[in-house]
Design a binder for this molecule. Structure first.
Ligand code: C2E
Ligand code: MG
Ligand code: MG
Ligand code: MG
Length: 282
């Protein structure tokens, strides 16, 4: 009995510590939104047919005065819960759109460069999202055809009807939609066909070690087969080796993103070449 009580005190104390840490994080995150402490990194992706750098994904980092550089995995969940993601997401989108226009104007990125920006379901569900999106395009002068918004398969699955109508409105503006982390959300082919999207990003868990794991490779082959005849761009995420890149190209995947080609980096450190030298020759 006594040891039960001791355990209880222990759990309560550690739970309390966690709750306290979470509320501190939330407080600092509010401050970060007010003071624009977010930095946008870019991770380029390549076309597998020729290695051309076609676009890049904007990935947020929080440059916290007290914590240092914080990864999105640590603060996006709490930003989603609290609703702060609406403001953070807009700051990222505006910065990324602004950077992309400047890069294109300077001739560092090609005119048809695709900027990918991540979107949370929470943003899609907020009433003024479409208005804000249009305002950012107007302010930054980013042409809508240069923009793709990514939303994860699992977030789409959990907010089905609202999300689909949101996606239709986004596409009516000329902006493209990518389904992110595809393969982890258990959606069906029938369901996919009803969705309005332009590309599928195959989750890194299938790409990782696909050359040693034949199940993973067969899953990717199945995705290629099922989207054949659909007007969909297939993007594989998390390519770390030349073997993975070569195999994906053989299977018929169109685009690839991963540490092999480039890590997410600040704008000033983006690759200067137009074509990657990391693709194996055929
Ligand atoms: P994601 O959108 O699926 O982004 C890909 C993540 O995989 C990035 O992590 C990237 O650094 C990592 N990655 C890319 N290539 C490789 C590789 O070859 N190997 C490995 N091991 N990892 C690779 P990051 O930057 O930490 O972002 C994590 C997640 O945070 C993103 O996953 C996205 O869901 C979310 N996120 C990032 N920025 C934003 C944002 O502005 N808004 C929202 N809503 N979510 C964001
Ligand atoms: Mg993404
Ligand atoms: Mg992803
Ligand atoms: Mg992911």
């Amino acid at each position: 009995k006594r040891s039960d009580a001791a355990m209880y005190v222990y759990f309560e104390a550690s739970m309390q510590a966690r709750v306290q840490e979470q509320s501190r994080l939330l407080l600092e995150l509010h401050h970060a939104v007010q003071h624009h402490e977010f930095v946008v990194f870019y991770q380029p992706f390549v076309r597998l047919s020729d290695g051309y750098f076609c676009g890049a994904e904007a990935l947020v980092r929080w440059e916290s005065p007290s914590r240092g550089m914080v990864s999105p995995a640590e603060f996006i969940p709490i930003a989603e819960q609290s609703g702060l993601i609406n403001q953070i997401g807009m700051q990222v989108l505006e910065q990324a759109a602004f950077d992309t226009v400047a890069q294109i104007e300077a001739g560092r990125w090609p005119a048809h460069f695709q900027l990918h920006v991540n979107l949370s379901a929470r943003q899609l569900l907020s009433a003024d999202f479409i208005d804000k999106l249009e305002q950012v395009l107007t302010r930054t002068q980013l042409p809508p055809e240069n923009l793709t918004l990514e939303i994860t398969e699992s977030q789409l699955m959990s907010h089905e009807h609202l999300a689909t109508s949101g996606l239709t409105k986004i596409r009516a503006l000329g902006i493209k939609i990518a389904i992110d982390d595809f393969g982890t959300g258990y959606s069906s082919l029938a369901y996919l066909h009803q969705m309005a999207f332009d590309s599928l990003k195959i989750d890194r868990s299938f790409v990782h070690s696909m050359t040693e794991n034949s199940t993973n490779q067969r899953i990717i082959e199945a995705v290629v087969a099922m989207t054949r005849g659909m007007d969909v761009h297939l993007v594989a995420e998390g390519i770390e080796t030349k073997e993975e890149a070569a195999r994906l190209r053989e299977i018929g995947c169109h685009y690839a993103q991963g540490f092999l080609f480039a890590r997410p980096l600040p704008l000033a450190e983006q690759p200067t070449e137009r074509v990657t030298d990391k693709l194996p020759t055929r």
